[in-house]
Design a protein around this ligand. Structure first.
Ligand SMILES: [Fe+2]
Ligand SMILES: [Fe+2]
Length: 272
């Protein structure tokens, strides 16, 4: 089982700077094409929020058009730039989306289970895992304590050192830590929001943030609240389940990086 993760697509209207300067729609199209051409092809895609820029129906329709080029099931969730109602109104055929309330659901990915969690606070950049949302997560974890589980959530539950982003962090991470500590089957907590790859130990699991499909957040861990975006190479994560081993996460860079020079052929024989 391979789960591809894309994040922070920030699809915007045609005349928006995110479209004209940062070309978020073009980059999402490239990411979809990239995933389609992988061998082996992943089993599913999780898009970990900030799917669009302002949550409008028009933006979700543009996002939906781009996703049509994927042959894989795509699971959607909300980030701080999203709107629950906007998402629901355009993806009515995505039957896993709850009809109302928080956008939280469980997905069976064969050997692995994914719990998608909603950290959106309407109108705010920071996120929250309130008592209701944590209670749902607890009930889901209690219901299948032996199945390897991925928790997907937009806001990472840790301080990254990129201070401006940390000021838009997650309220409720202590409660999450207490909860996850009770379980030994949480393979990974996968997040977005940071637009760059970051990893941290958290309780008895590992948390990672995924690079964005378009613009990245500049790496700046100095004092101060400055923040920049930079066109570092976009990437997708491939969370691969290896039997008797566990979940291994690969970074797969989108774009043209040439072809590999073969050192060993498929039989393991030296090719050069
Ligand atoms: Fe974002
Ligand atoms: Fe975000």
């Amino acid at each position: 089982m391979i789960l591809a993760q894309i994040t922070d697509c920030h699809i915007a209207p045609a005349d928006h700077i995110l479209t004209t300067r940062y070309r978020t729609s073009d980059y999402l199209a490239d990411a979809i094409t990239h995933i389609e051409t992988l061998d082996p092809k992943p089993d599913a895609i999780i898009a970990t929020g900030d799917l669009v820029e302002s949550g409008s129906r028009e933006e979700y329709e543009r996002f939906r058009e781009l996703l049509k080029h994927s042959s894989l099931p795509v699971y959607l969730m909300v980030g701080n730039h999203d709107s629950r109602e906007g998402l629901r109104s355009v993806f009515t055929d995505h039957g896993y989306l709850p009809e109302d309330g928080y956008i939280q659901y469980a997905v069976d990915l064969g050997p692995v289970r994914m719990l998608v969690t909603d950290t959106l606070v309407d109108g705010q950049s920071d996120g929250r895992l309130c008592g209701d949302r944590l209670a749902w997560l607890e009930s889901q974890l209690d219901g299948a304590p032996d199945i390897p589980t991925i928790i997907a959530m937009h806001h990472p539950p840790f301080v990254t050192g990129i201070r401006k982003m940390d000021s838009m962090g997650l309220d409720g991470s202590d409660g999450l830590k207490q909860l996850v500590t009770r379980f030994d089957n949480v393979e990974r907590i996968i997040c977005g929001h940071l637009h760059r790859p970051i990893t941290r130990r958290f309780a008895n699991t590992v948390v990672s943030t995924c690079p964005g499909t378009a613009h990245q957040i500049q790496l700046d861990i100095r004092d101060g609240l400055g923040l920049g975006v930079i066109m570092e190479p976009p990437a997708v994560y491939l969370h691969a389940w290896i039997e008797d081993e566990g979940l291994v996460t690969h970074t797969s860079y989108v774009g043209d990086h040439g072809t590999a020079d073969v050192i060993y052929d498929v039989n393991g024989d030296r090719a050069v």
